[in-house]
Write a protein that binds this ligand. Structure first.
Ligand SMILES: [Zn+2]
Length: 125
């Protein structure tokens, strides 16, 4: 009896969750929810910001870093940016880290944005 009640209770709870999920799908407010989620997950920033990032980062090195995969993440007022750069595959970890630290500092000072930068090797030996 107790087990049976437990299953009935779980089935009802599952039904309620499913109902709530389908309710979310059809509500106009879901557009706002979807917008908020994509802001958290990261969006491609506008062209002006992309150019600013490329210019600021590019001023820190002679290497053609081929900046790509730029995403802007917004948490209310706080913004963070993530992107990839390519550095020579023979560049030391120490030098790569120093360059990335400098780029992050420049972006923080000029745009007030925290950056997370993923480094990829460019070229093969
Ligand atoms: Zn990449």
């Amino acid at each position: 009896m107790l087990t049976e009640n437990l299953f009935v209770g779980l089935a009802r709870r599952k039904q309620r969750i499913l109902t709530n999920v389908s309710w979310l799908k059809i509500q106009p407010g879901n557009v706002i929810l979807k917008d908020s989620i994509s802001k958290l997950l990261g969006e491609v920033p506008d062209e002006k910001l992309v150019e600013q990032i490329k210019t600021i980062a590019g001023n820190e090195t002679e290497h053609d870093m081929q900046i790509h995969h730029i995403h802007l993440h917004s948490y209310g007022e706080h913004q963070e940016i993530t992107f990839h750069i390519r550095l020579p595959n023979i560049m030391s970890v120490e030098d790569s880290h120093a360059l990335v630290t400098t780029i992050r500092q420049s972006l923080r000072e000029t745009l007030s944005i925290e950056a997370t930068i993923h480094v990829e090797p460019s070229g093969k030996r």
